[in-house]
Design a protein around this ligand. Structure first.
Ligand code: ADP
Ligand code: MG
Length: 275
């Protein structure tokens, strides 16, 4: 049985494959990966919806160069079908369709909501957005394995493919193990993992070095989770992301773009595979 708050998804999104981008730890690059992967899937000819479900740090809109400055006084959680306020307009940027928690509030507003309300808000982003002809949904999750993730994992009883993002450090791998335990409990399918900020290439001499000491094999997730991509560190890419320009669009960091292209091909194949 699906999660109670997850029932009633619109027919439009019911059958669309879902890839949730998750991590045990914050700041490892989930949103960066979600945005560039969504663009990579689109470059393969898919029509992609991106759900920015991190209610506490909705950064996907920012990384795509979209801002909302005015504050929100009230948020509709439920509206009858057909009622004027029942639909959420999706934003369109670089060909992607985006439904974001950032559009439900002002840029500097926090969202201090209880777990149950958070689930309703995420349900609304997925089910009530005006998606058009989607082939897949990429969902950018908040870190950890708390209520919002559990909602997405239990999405209307559907199988949700999860892409784990870690940095090489041991803490990222330890927290990812905790998340994997939760995912197994919910029957979510782990599509694989991405190692972000894997290495650093010196801009002057071109030498590549490890940015962090990698987790030892006994703590690493790579013994059990397939490594789909290694994304190198790039200060230029981070700066462009701050300015709303994903590297997949600017193409200024070719080694990152080729890693995202390869990741997108593998994810597209996984989403296409029958259950
Ligand atoms: N490969 C990378 N190289 C350099 N900076 C990165 C890389 N990946 C992410 N970042 C930067 O790290 C910060 C956190 O990334 P973000 O995608 O917001 O993580 P999360 O969504 O997991 O919290 C952002 O400022 C982002 O631009
Ligand atoms: Mg994020």
């Amino acid at each position: 049985m699906g999660h109670p708050a997850a029932s009633g998804l619109s027919a439009g999104t019911d059958l669309v494959p879902v890839l949730a981008v998750a991590s045990g730890k914050g700041g490892v690059g989930k949103t960066t990966v979600a945005v560039n992967l969504a663009l990579g899937l689109q470059a393969l000819g898919l029509t992609v919806g991106l759900v920015d479900a991190d209610l506490y740090g909705p950064d996907a809109a920012h990384m795509l160069g979209l801002r909302r400055r005015n504050m929100t006084r009230s948020i509709t959680l439920f509206a009858a079908r057909g009622h004027a306020s029942s639909r959420l307009e999706v934003a369109r940027q670089h060909g992607l369709q985006l439904a974001s928690a950032a559009f439900l509030m002002g840029e500097s507003q926090g969202l201090g909501v209880q777990a149950g309300i958070a689930q309703l808000l995420v349900r609304r982003l997925i089910a009530d957005a005006d998606w058009e002809d989607l082939d897949c949904l990429v969902v950018d999750l908040p870190p950890g394995s708390a209520d919002i993730q559990q909602f997405v994992f239990a999405l209307a009883g559907r199988r949700v493919h999860v892409l784990l993002v870690v940095t090489p450090q041991v803490v990222a791998h330890r927290d990812a193990h905790r998340l994997i335990t939760e995912l197994d409990r919910h029957g979510a399918v782990i599509a694989g993992g991405v190692e972000n900020m894997a290495s650093l290439t010196c801009p002057s001499c071109g030498a590549t070095s490890e940015l962090f000491v990698p987790a030892p094999p006994e703590e690493s997730i790579w013994g059990t989770v397939p490594l789909l991509a290694s994304i190198p560190f790039s200060g230029v890419g981070a700066h462009e992301a701050d300015n709303g320009l994903p590297v997949f669009v600017t193409n200024t960091v070719p080694e990152q773009v080729s890693a995202y292209k390869s990741l997108a091909r593998q994810v597209a194949a996984l989403l296409r595979a029958p259950d």
